[in-house]
Ligand binder design. Structure first.
Ligand SMILES: Nc1ncnc2c1ncn2[C@@H]1O[C@H](COP(=O)(O)OP(=O)(O)OP(=O)(O)O)[C@@H](O)[C@H]1O
Length: 343
């Protein structure tokens, strides 16, 4: 069953086109992530979905029902903002209870249940937001959103104010809570690793348009454009001549996911490259020079230069014996992805 659907949605503010011709499907019970650089239109999309803005063109439907004439508070959509946006003069319990449908009779028991679900002790019920840490405030904001029993939860960079360790804990907690409650969600972030970790459906925005959408692993391994490839992680993009399922490149012949004969751009991820000492008699393998190495505990980060490549490549390796200025062999593991010709 389709949950939320946007078809041909556009919105401009005066002369500024914020989003253009957006088509997005957020499937029921799934975690959709909208990721893109600053100014690409992510927040505008959330504001259109929640009803704080109206589209100039296109339609937004929830379970097949058009939302055009439904005011924000009747959309059955909860919104968790970056800083939680709790009511500062209300206790934790009142913040959560405020969102409950028509002051349910079992309100107090449900507040306790929601606090437990987001991992907060019930002893915090009487505290005001300023008596909580940033992470605790975000947990209360999530409990308040869950109290609405929404069909869809919108999360606008909800972890960005938290430090790295807490971010991951919160992300895991939110994922668990949403999965257990069976609530569909749309999370907006500009953080690629957060997007890849949280999403089961990923939408990449660029300059107000959807650049690519699909399962995160497909977008990372086989993106439609070089821009999406670079946005989602370190990318090595090589020119290659494709013949018989191989791309002939400066790194040698690489197996690719395309047939036919043509010249094309080939995407590799750095983790597909393995460095090893130069071995005599392996002329098919590309040689490279180690420019620098950085110790990272379990691994080393190498910067290597390869003849024919404009830019040095960063590789993480466990090869402890490799030193700066060494000549090494570079082996490509797995397939290269042929980027579509028209991007
Ligand atoms: N109220 C507004 N008035 C005028 N222009 C706006 C308004 N809101 C957003 N914009 C413009 O619309 C474009 C998209 O903005 P939006 O806030 O949706 O991007 P974003 O991807 O959420 O960015 P960020 O990650 O920085 O929050 C930007 O060019 C922005 O300047």
């Amino acid at each position: 069953m389709t949950m939320l659907q946007l078809v041909g949605v556009s919105k401009s503010y005066g002369d500024q086109q914020a989003v253009s011709d957006i088509g997005i499907v957020a499937p029921a019970g799934r975690r959709t992530v909208i990721v893109g650089p600053s100014g690409s239109g992510k927040t505008t999309l959330l504001r259109l979905i929640s009803g704080f803005e109206r589209p100039d063109d296109g339609s937004i439907t929830l379970d097949g029902q058009p939302l055009d004439s439904v005011p924000p508070h009747q959309r059955n959509i909860a919104y968790v903002a970056q800083e939680g946006a709790l009511f500062p003069h209300m206790s934790v319990a009142d913040n959560i209870g405020f969102a409950m449908p028509r002051r349910a009779t079992d309100c107090l028991a449900r507040i306790d249940d929601l606090l437990a679900r987001v991992g907060l002790p019930t002893s915090m019920k009487s505290r005001r937001p300023h008596e909580l840490s940033g992470g605790q405030q975000q947990r209360v904001a999530l409990a308040r959103a869950l109290a609405q029993q929404p069909a869809l939860m919108l999360l606008d960079e909800p972890f960005s104010a938290l430090d790295a360790g807490l971010r991951k804990n919160m992300r895991d907690m939110v994922e668990t809570v949403l999965r257990e409650a069976g609530i569909a969600s749309i999370l907006v972030t500009h953080d690629q690793s957060e997007a890849l970790a949280f999403a089961d459906h990923l939408v990449v925005m660029q300059a107000g348009r959807v650049a690519d959408a699909g399962p995160p692993q497909r977008l990372y391994d086989r993106p439609n454009t070089a821009a999406t490839a670079r946005f989602l992680g370190p990318a090595i993009i090589l020119d290659g001549d494709i013949r018989d399922g191989l791309a002939h490149t400066v790194l040698g012949a690489i197996r690719v996911d395309a047939t036919g004969s043509r010249r094309a751009s080939i995407l590799l991820r750095p983790e597909q490259l393995t460095v090893s000492p130069v071995q005599v008699g392996t002329s098919q393998i590309a040689e490279a020079t180690v420019l620098s190495r950085l110790y990272q505990g379990a691994s080393w980060r190498l910067k290597i230069a390869c003849p024919g490549l404009d830019q040095p490549i960063d590789i993480v390796t466990s090869a402890h014996h490799v030193a700066t200025a060494d000549t090494v062999h570079l082996r490509v593991d797995g397939e290269g992805h042929v980027l579509p010709e028209k991007t």
